[in-house]
Design a protein around this ligand. Sequence first.
Ligand code: ZN
Length: 411
Amino acid sequence: MEAEQTGRGGVTYRLRDWLISRQRYWGTPIPIVYCAACGIVPVPEDQLPILLPDDVDFRPTGESPLKFHEAFRHTTCPQCGAPAEREIDTMDTFVDSSWYQYRFLSPHYDQGPFDPAEKKWLPVDQYTGGAEHAVMHLLYARFWTKVMRDMGLVDFDEPFPRLYSQGVILGPDGQKMSKSRGNVVEPDPLVDKYGADTVRGYLMFIGPWNEGGPFSMDGIEGIRRFLHRVWDMVLEPPKVDPDAVPAEDEVHRARQRLHQTIAKVTEDLSTFSFNTAIAALMQLSNEMRAWKQTGIVNHAVWQESVLTFLKLLAPFTPHIAEELWARLGQPYSVHTQPWPTWDPELAREETFELVIQVNGRVRDRVRVPADITEEEARELALRRERVQRFLDGKSPRRVIYVPGRLINIVV
Ligand SMILES: [Zn+2]
């Protein structure tokens, strides 16, 4: 008895009947002919597709211009050959957007809606669009795919296994951009002023991709300066004695930082974490500019680092990456190079900077081995002179340790 009363979860799609006809020109013609004798007659497949006439007369009557196009409207009945009229409504554009991703795979294929050989690309890995599409376009597209599945055209249930919506770029005042607020930032003048790479790089750097954030002129200037520094780093001749030889551990550290950056950028790209990928490239370029003042610039690791850096930069700022790649005499194009790989053993961090807090305030920092234990970190922190000054002879009440990051001594 009890079991029968137990409820269970279910999904309600709220899918309603879909009236697909529109009294508009822009849309796919509905392949139906009205015959006085035969009634409603579907146009036979060998006469499809019906194309829109391209010489319609748009009149401000609120009616479809197809209604006034005599040659389109008047036809013959496919069944009896008598004069007949075409349907002049067209299909809702959601009909097209429900399945264009299939057609795009083989736009010239004429044996069906799409070439079955191209199924290997399906389903689409990720749908990117505003969250508002979840109840409109996505619902239509999902419904359409389920029909295609039932017809045996595809062998999956969902057209887009993953939905990941981008955030909204806000005005400089942190409010949604709107004409009435006067906080709209137009991209085109920015591209004219800074170039497409800077604007594009900035939009990816502005914040977490799925969150967006307020637009900032300082921020875009920061990307501009970064790209200028990269330009100089790659092209300016080094001012180091050409015979200077780097120490072995310097070379090792350089290669390690390079491999760590390859790993970071690769992983961030796969999770759409473009802002942190660019931050990692900024950090590496800062370090590389320091290397350029040393004998590293005379070692093979320098060339390896510069070329790898450009490959990592290429998805974010494609034009400057290609230009620098070409100026280094590399074969066209940087965008068709194999993506760099990394050695996980080499990329593994051997040390980290332990932040030492006393009562929640940062008082000291020290580089420690990556495998330091809590006990060792605690002893080390308590021995530090700056920490002892704040302890003032008192013994800690509590020590909070966050592995790999910080230790907080509460007195
Ligand atoms: Zn007929």
